[in-house]
Design a protein around this ligand. Structure first.
Ligand code: KG4
Ligand code: ZN
Length: 344
């Protein structure tokens, strides 16, 4: 059994994990920076980079100690090399390079999105390629046909905001703290989704993509109207988001023949309403539904170590001069889409 040390630092979680090629998560630690960013209502890149730099070395040491292992016991060192907030990415990647250099073990530079995309296979050994993946996080909202390790076909992306971003902005508008997604979900459970009419951008559209900017603006107008309970706004927003996600995913299923399962990953995959709606959609199409446990949906290093295992297993590693990438699309061949705030 071979272990890989994984390191994640692309946003506001500093994380390290040791994962075996048999899917055992032997140890993992996550240091959240929520308290440092909360006063600003969102992640401040400079604060994030400094916090990663302070924490990462002791965190790696503690993770190895938890497992009773040293670098001698690992096969390779995997770290997120992008996309993400570049200061934080550089801290994790340079740390991994230093550990690789000192130990003589290979470096594996991981695309953070590939970490999310393969995380369902860490959770479920029976999940085979190809599968249709909804990857929804704070920076991305994409439907991908995952054909194999390193083989991703993007069927849809957002033309403006990411889905997690829409949750976070809704949280801000109705005065919930940071991070917003879990807070909106909790408040939505107390509200009536039908009490506030909200739009469903691109619902039924012939184009495949997502759009959430109009929904966010409508949430702002609903709040400013001053006549709705915050819980009703949260519930209505979440329902509108679910309806958009299901409509777009149903459309993509039509282009994903051969898919063995419908899969969701990324931070927003922690949302129970979205999971339940996708599960129902999968079963209506006679497909399996796979969602990693919630702790593997939000940013973590186990998924980075696992993506390292998947790539290492096919003989891949990366040179020590691998550069950190602020942008790094999973499907470089995908057509650019219209829209101002397009995220790859
Ligand atoms: O994957 P992730 O941890 O970090 C990125 O790579 O972006 O995703 C974070 C995003 C945030 O926007 C957060 O609000 C959202 O995932 N999120 C949720 C939930 N938990 C996290 N959104 C909706 N419901 C949740 N329970
Ligand atoms: Zn992420």
């Amino acid at each position: 059994m071979g272990f890989i040390l994984g390191i994640e630092s692309s946003c506001d979680e500093t994380a390290a994990a040791l994962v075996s090629d048999t899917r055992e998560i032997r140890a993992q630690r996550i240091a959240s920076q929520d308290d440092a960013h909360r006063p600003y209502g969102g992640v401040v890149p400079e604060i994030a980079a400094r916090a990663h730099a302070e924490r990462i070395t002791p965190l790696v040491q503690a993770t190895l100690a938890d497992a009773g292992m040293t670098l001698d016991d690992v096969d390779a060192i995997a770290a997120t090399a992008g996309p993400g907030l570049i200061g934080g990415v550089m801290v994790g990647l340079v740390t991994a390079k230093a550990l690789a250099l000192a130990s003589g073990k290979p470096l594996i530079a991981i695309n953070h999105l590939e970490g999310h995309a393969l995380s369902p296979r860490l959770a479920d050994a029976t999940l085979e390629f190809p599968y249709l993946l909804l990857l929804a996080s704070g920076g991305h909202c994409q439907l991908l046909l995952v054909e194999g390790v390193g083989r991703y076909r993007r069927l849809a992306t957002t033309i403006d905001d990411a889905l997690g971003e829409a949750f976070d902005k809704t949280a801000k508008i109705i005065g919930l703290g940071y991070p917003g997604g879990p807070a909106v979900e909790r408040m939505a459970a107390q509200g009536n989704a039908k009490a506030v009419p909200l739009p469903r951008p691109l619902l039924g559209s012939a184009e495949p993509h997502f759009s959430f900017a109009g929904l966010k603006s409508a949430v702002l107008r609903a709040k400013q109207a001053g006549i709705h309970a915050d819980a009703d706004i949260a519930a209505a927003f979440q329902q509108a988001a679910v309806d958009c996600v299901i409509d777009r995913t149903r459309r993509a299923l039509g282009q994903a023949s051969g898919a063995t399962a419908l899969v969701v990953a990324g931070g927003v995959a922690a949302n129970k309403a979205i999971r339940a709606a996708l599960e129902a959609l999968a079963s209506a199409h006679g497909l399996r539904f796979v969602a990693p446990p919630i702790a593997l949906c939000t940013d973590n290093a186990a998924m980075i170590a696992w993506a390292g295992q998947e790539r290492f297993g096919t003989g891949q590693s990366d040179p020590l001069d691998f550069a950190a990438r602020p942008r790094w699309p999973l499907d470089p061949a995908a057509e650019p889409v219209r829209g101002a705030g397009v995220k790859a």
